[in-house]
Design a binder for this molecule. Sequence first.
Ligand code: MG
Length: 451
Amino acid sequence: MARELIISISGMRGIIGENLTPDLAAAYGAAFGTFLKSTGKSGSVVLGRDSRPSGPMLAAAISAGVTAVGLGVVDLGIVTTPTVGILVRHLGAAGGIVITASHNPIEYNGIKLLLDNGIAPPAPLAEQIRSIYFARSIQYVDSVRCGRTSVYDQPDQVHIDKVVSIVEPDRIASRRRKVVLDSVNGAGGRPGRSLLERLGCEVIPMNLEPTGLFVHTPEPIAENLQGLCGTVRQSGADLGFAQDPDADRLAIVDEQGRYIGEEYTLALCAQWVFGHKKGSAATNLSTSRMIDDIASAAGCSVLRTPVGEAHVAQAMIANHCVIGGEGNGGVIDLRIGPVRDSLVSMAIVLQLMAETNLSLSELVARIPRYTMLKTKFSADQQLARTVLEKARTFFSSARIDSRDGLRFDLPDGWIHLRTSNTEPVMRAIVEASSPESAQKYLDQVMKFCGR
Ligand code: MG
């Protein structure tokens, strides 16, 4: 993982004590405030952070920058990333700022920006913010016009009320589910537990204290969740939920203590939503074909977008999608907010279980199974171009989508090749109806780059 400071269109990420320093954070806050004011915005920016110990330091610096250009700051304290998106709209704020490095290790932190619609700025606007930051063309105000800071102390409640409003809490509660929740001591523990208790679940807590001291590697993937799997088995729980530190992603463990894979979070949520409302879903080009199968069985459709939450959210709004998200366990329901949200996923999965009276493993067994393989390899621009050209020739019979690298759709699977925005690597994601086909496609891709 890159250790240098990265200022991409999705925000800033770096290492505390090395390159992500309070002076840069203050300048970034001031640049964002200057941008918002240049678009006619006034009022306040909503500010939230995950539980990392470096969060208060960055929050103070960013607040200084934002108030120095004449906007106010509404401080939410430690909250999930989706909570910030929800509160931006709930409070009618000028924009939002989230201090989080998501699933990255504790030495990292980052700053994500949201517009007044709760979505990250699209590329042209993000470029404007970067330009203001790099040129330091910041419009400071005089003493009298400096912004004020205030504290909003009920953010979780607003978020949870919205999530509960889309499901049937009494019906879920009647099942008296036993749920193990592993929040890796991130921001999701407190609201996650509150939500589950509101839905009548017995919560077996794992790492719910927002200390920011991650007790296991924080990305919610199988190898990091062995503790959760074991606790589900030993406690006889109905299921286990794992959030990443800013709680926009959710991974699920079934009643047998098996990690079902993050791709199933969106698939299960889509299954429930499509059962109640016909419409379309939006997801990125690297997400499993399961959602296409679920959509077609329900008479619904799926739109694909380039990878990135903002692309998915924008497509959902433009096309009035009833559900969306990404295969990494991030589900978006616009009734709650345009941000991936682990609380939404938890509520929908429990509602689906309540309605069908099926266990999680039974629900998973009803969805067509695929094998997905992922790899990444170093590739400069020249090698990346070569790989894409060779793939285009070799897979010429496939349906090709070129909006984000190249995606090749074949009868029994697909291949997505894309370069990273932040480092000189190429990612290859393949999915096929059998492990042998998936491996065959991946081996073929590796031949294109000479390996
Ligand atoms: Mg995250």
